[in-house]
Design a protein around this ligand. Structure first.
Ligand SMILES: [Cu+2]
Length: 115
């Protein structure tokens, strides 16, 4: 009797946990497969350093006076960048020199990270 109730308890405890784990795995895999492949293929990340000249919180466009970007074959220039997340604008006060990363997309040049 003791043995039976022990294994019944173990089964009762383990089964739901296994089912949840299996479900989580399936749920994680699908979006990762479809979301990460095009990102890695289409977007090369470029690194640059520049000084913030202007920020437009409405459009999310930041004007930066950046140094040469060799990976883009760019000389130093002043130009507008977008941000992929408007939260990044908080870290781009006018006058600040920042190291940032951006990608070239169909929308334009989009800042993805600020160091
Ligand atoms: Cu430029």
């Amino acid at each position: 009797m003791k043995k039976f109730s022990y294994s019944a308890l173990v089964t009762a405890l383990l089964l739901p946990a296994t089912a949840v784990l299996a479900q989580q795995k399936m749920g994680d895999m699908k979006p990762m497969d479809s979301a990460m492949k095009p990102l890695a293929e289409a977007q090369a990340t470029h690194k640059a350093t520049g000084v913030v000249k202007k920020v437009d919180p409405k459009t999310g466009v930041v004007t930066l006076s950046h140094e040469a970007v060799i990976s883009m074959n760019w000389p130093p220039m002043t130009m507008g960048f977008m941000v992929n997340d408007k939260m990044l604008l908080d870290r781009l006060p006018v006058g600040k020199k920042v190291d940032f990363e951006f990608v070239q997309s169909t929308k334009g040049h989009v800042i993805t990270a600020i160091k």
